[in-house]
Design a protein around this ligand. Structure first.
Ligand SMILES: Nc1nc2c(ncn2[C@@H]2O[C@H](COP(=O)(O)OP(=O)(O)OP(=O)(O)O)[C@@H](O)[C@H]2O)c(=O)[nH]1
Ligand SMILES: [Mg+2]
Length: 437
């Protein structure tokens, strides 16, 4: 909590008006305030009646409120001390502090929004780039929920049809098994597509980690500074300058990218350098992509090996200096000078292309973002539908077996939408919310 222009205190529940009323000065009867109107009120200490603040007060009577309950919001001035005092006085009147996400949890329990919608609220609040905001706003508008609800309905129909087929095999009633198989195959494709775009959406939302690695003195810290446009890391002609990992975040292709400048890798001369190199190796291990910096103006140095499957972009640094005759730099290396800025654009383009391979580059047409919970469920859904499809295409047909998978798939779509989910799921969803939402 810090100083701000205003600070909003939100009270929700059947007793909201009664809890706030003793703090409101004079003749303004909170009870008589019109719902959904802002009113300027004097706030006073409930027993001494000493003035505390002039605030704007809104009463929003349930069920037409965020939580579906009576809600009172006080927009006070943003002094942390004042806000703490007002909250304390409200607690003495019988309120209690809300748990993280409790307002949204109540909204969900009161049927004001579905679970996918509630999760979209959390995604929107934690979005860090414009592109992440676009995806979360689409989730809030029901992008994912609509598509999953359509699958849920289709599954209900096909399961009902297949159950009839199973019960009356001779009568030609119920679902046509071949058609049902085709429908399930279509749903499987849809689930797989949703899972893929949701996985890409999570990259846009959470961002990527990129370590800048190479030999001591290769120009790594200079490159970090040039990429972010400020002197974040110490640059010096002494090899072994960087010891701790230095972090900075930039947005590339709409994705938040955490750049890690690391200690140069080589033969350590003392224990501190050895610890620095150990940190470099763990930075490499947690990275999605590496920038390998090779000094083209110096003789070749020990090579850095990237973990399997992690893409590497090689940079030939210090391109403003004449190349060293023995320097061994890959053909496809990007020549960059941190001093003149040459090659920085090309490097950013290469980074953007590599990031697009993880985050999708379909111009966000139809792209979605989902919570981790939803993503896991989408992947499970695809697997169950594939199982159901397989059971219906075999000889002999195994309709009963297919139904086991399809009922699982139906249950999974219900869980994504938050129909019939238990407290454990709700705890998991709402614990990721910030306080006060
Ligand atoms: N001419 C030229 N010199 C550079 C460039 N980039 C870095 N240098 C110089 O190279 C030296 C090492 O640069 P750093 O960025 O500190 O190298 P580093 O890879 O971070 O080194 P360690 O942290 O010691 O591993 C410094 O003297 C820099 O001024 C460049 O693009 N051109
Ligand atoms: Mg350095």
């Amino acid at each position: 909590m810090g100083e701000s222009a205003i600070g909003v205190i939100r009270v929700s529940g059947p007793g909201a008006v009664a809890v706030v009323a003793p703090l409101v000065e004079g003749p303004t009867a909170l009870d008589a305030l019109d719902s959904h109107h802002l009113r300027r009120v004097g706030l006073v200490h409930p027993t001494t009646r000493a003035p505390l603040d002039e605030a704007l007060c809104a009463v929003m009577r349930g069920p037409r409120s965020y939580t579906g309950e009576d809600v009172v919001e006080l927009s006070c001035h943003g002094s942390p001390a004042l806000l703490r005092l007002v909250v304390e006085l409200l607690l003495r009147q019988g309120a209690r502090l809300a748990a993280p996400g409790e307002f949204t949890r109540r909204a969900f329990l009161n049927g004001r929004l579905d679970l996918a919608h509630a999760e979209a609220v959390a995604l929107l609040i934690s979005a860090r780039t414009e592109r992440a905001v676009t995806l979360a706003a689409r989730a809030l508008a029901g992008g994912l929920a609509q598509r999953v609800r359509a699958m849920h309905e289709a599954l209900l129909d096909v399961i009902a049809g297949l159950e009839v087929t199973l019960d009356f095999p001779e009568e030609g009633v119920g679902a046509d098994v071949k058609e049902a198989g085709q429908l399930i195959e279509r749903l499987r494709g849809e689930a797989a597509r949703l899972a893929t775009t949701a996985r890409e959406g999570r990259v846009v939302h959470e961002g990527l980690t990129v370590a800048i690695v190479g030999a001591p003195n290769a120009g790594k810290s200079g490159l970090l500074n040039a990429l972010i446009g400020r002197e974040r890391a110490i640059v010096s002609p002494l090899p072994g300058t960087t010891r701790d990992v230095v972090e900075a975040t930039v947005a590339i292709a709409g994705v938040p990218v955490r750049l890690l400048d690391t200690a140069g890798l080589g033969a350590a001369r003392d224990a501190v350098e050895a610890e620095g190199m150990r940190r470099s190796r763990s930075a490499i291990a947690e990275s999605n992509l590496l920038i390998l910096v090779v000094d083209g103006s110096a003789p070749p140095f020990s090579r850095v090996t990237a973990p399997k499957g992690v893409p590497v972009i090689t940079v030939r640094s210090k391109s403003d200096l004449p190349p060293h005759p023995a320097a061994a730099v890959r053909e496809d290396a990007v020549a960059v000078s941190a001093i003149t800025g040459e090659g920085l654009d090309r490097l950013t383009e290469r980074l953007a292309a590599a990031i697009a391979r993880c985050a999708g580059d379909n111009g966000d047409e139809g792209a979605i973002v989902a919570s981790l919970r939803q993503l896991e469920l989408l992947e499970r859904l695809g697997g169950l539908l594939a199982g159901g499809r397989l059971a219906l295409s075999g000889q002999p047909l195994e309709v009963a077996l297919a139904l086991v998978d399809l009922r699982g798939a139906l249950q999974t779509t219900a869980e994504i939408l938050g129909i019939d989910v238990g407290d454990a799921v709700l705890d998991r969803v709402f614990s990721t919310f910030c306080l006060g939402k």
